[in-house]
Design a protein around this ligand. Structure first.
Ligand SMILES: Cc1cc2nc3c(=O)[nH]c(=O)nc-3n(C[C@H](O)[C@H](O)[C@H](O)COP(=O)(O)O)c2cc1C
Ligand code: SF4
Length: 442
């Protein structure tokens, strides 16, 4: 089964010094950079387009096409901003990637910045992860010292400066335009689009914003060719990606595999659901996408197939829940998160997330009424498509999908006048779970 995995970004995570410049260079790092600097920038953009790389931050927008949108011959500077905010519940790929191998991101930043003719790049790291901020700062400092950043990089005549910016810890600052406001020193609130960042982004200048994993994938494309990348994955979802398994699995962790792998295959690699239990529901891409169930074990995890199954590939954060989990309780927890993180700019999300928590609390405690379920769906209907940004839309996904698949469980709470589940049974330290091994995937 292990040949299902395609470790590229995670290939050397077992090496104790892979996070250092020496460790990265020893394992083939910074070999794509001279090749890229000897290639015209337009050809790098074409290479990334041909590879079929799609954004790894959730929406799956084609990366090369995004780079191609920057107006040329403009008098304003171009900026590259790396979105390293990673705050979506269950999403845990960018933080381990930056901890394990920050230089692959730095090499990707230099190549991407060169391709879009930019001389100033930013890496916006989530505020809470101070250790990651320090690690990336050190990698950037080492790259300067080695001549990979600064003036006349590798005697190519190309100049680039990189700033590592530490966010203050708000989920909304992962939304690309709120991130730009935050980076400019304002409170992070989403901006009206258009204009899109490609035209008026950071400091009203043409800006490319990409996820950590998107940018870190670029050196492998330059080194191995666009066709090498395009041969992995499926027809429209090309390449490899990091799948993060968490929850009720024997070996949670990062599994790097071609897009199109199934949850059944990933669970085989991860040792299965914890012993004595069975899969109940899971998220294919974080908490902002509709839940799936055991009916969907064989859905290829690519953008198209997951959409056809009624959900979204999102961030490939596979949160796995077995039959001990109360779906109403899980959805209540996620909704509390959205209520807390709603930036308050628009009414449907600001008010709607507040009311959804109140109704879900009643339902979970068994104090709900028949009308409450309809009310919940009605609030979702008033948020979806009417909120100013995708946070509001995402907040409705776990609710509507859980009612679609588990309406009876909501009603059972009402009939019993309380939750039918023992919350301690769902914990990973619950009795009878001693066979669980602690470890990680790649
Ligand atoms: C509420 C919210 C939070 C987001 N958080 C992140 C994040 O932490 N990291 C990320 O790369 N994209 C995040 N996104 C998506 C970004 O807006 C944007 O689509 C992405 O950074 C583009 O990069 P990509 O094309 O490389 O995927 C978020 C979107 C929303 C609506
Ligand atoms: S949807 Fe929510 S997070 Fe987005 S702008 Fe409206 S209030 Fe803010």
């Amino acid at each position: 089964m292990t040949d299902t995995l395609t470790p590229v970004l995670t290939a050397y995570w077992d090496e104790p010094d892979i996070f250092t410049l020496a460790g990265y260079r020893r394992t083939g790092g910074y070999r794509a950079l001279p090749k890229a600097l000897a290639t015209p920038p337009e050809d790098i953009v074409a290479m990334v387009k041909d590879a079929g790389l799609r954004g790894r931050g959730g929406a799956g927008f084609p990366t090369g096409m995004k780079w191609g949108f920057l107006p040329q011959g403009h008098e304003k500077p171009h900026y590259l901003v790396v979105n390293a905010d990673e705050s979506e519940p269950g999403t845990c790929k960018d933080v381990p990637l930056m901890m394990a191998n920050p230089h692959v991101l730095v090499e990707g930043v230099i190549i991407a910045a060169y391709a879009i003719k930019c001389h100033q790049a930013f890496i916006y790291v989530r505020g809470e992860v101070t250790h990651v901020v320090r690690r990336v700062q050190q990698a950037v400092a080492d790259a300067y010292a080695a001549g990979y950043l600064g003036r006349d990089i590798l005697k190519s005549g190309y100049d680039l400066d990189v700033v590592v910016h530490c966010g203050a810890g708000a989920y909304i600052c992962g939304e690309e335009t709120a991130l730009l406001d935050s980076l400019e020193g304002y409170r992070g609130l989403p901006r009206l689009k258009p204009p899109f960042p490609a035209v008026a982004g950071l400091y009203a200048s043409p800006t490319v914003i990409n996820n950590v994993e998107s940018i870190a994938s670029v050196p492998s494309i330059v080194l191995n060719s666009a066709s090498w990348f395009a041969d992995l994955g499926t027809e429209k979802s090309k390449g490899y990606g990091i799948f993060s398994l968490s929850g009720h699995v024997v070996t949670p962790g990062q599994y790097e595999a071609p897009l199109g792998i199934t949850l059944r295959q990933l669970l085989d690699l991860a040792g299965g659901i914890r012993p004595g239990h069975r899969l109940k529901f899971w998220t294919p891409g974080g908490s902002s996408v509709p839940l799936l169930t055991d009916e969907h074990l064989d859905v290829p995890l690519d953008f198209e197939s997951v959409a056809a199954a009624g959900s979204m590939l999102g961030t490939r954060a596979l949160q796995i829940f077995d039959e001990t989990t109360c779906v109403v309780r899980a959805v209540l927890r996620w909704t509390e998160f959205y209520q807390h993180e709603s930036c308050g700019k628009c009414t449907p999300c600001r008010e709607g997330t507040y009311w959804m928590v109140r109704v879900l609390e009643r339902l979970e405690q068994g104090n709900g009424t028949d009308e409450d379920l309809d009310k919940l769906l009605d609030i979702c209907d008033n948020i979806l498509g009417r909120a100013f940004c995708a946070l509001g839309d995402g907040a409705t996904s776990p609710i509507t999908s859980s009612i679609q698949y588990f309406r009876d469980e909501y009603i059972e709470h009402q009939k019993r006048g309380g939750c039918p589940f023992d919350p301690s049974a769902a914990t990973l330290f619950a009795r009878g779970d001693s066979a669980r091994t602690v470890g990680g995937g790649r």
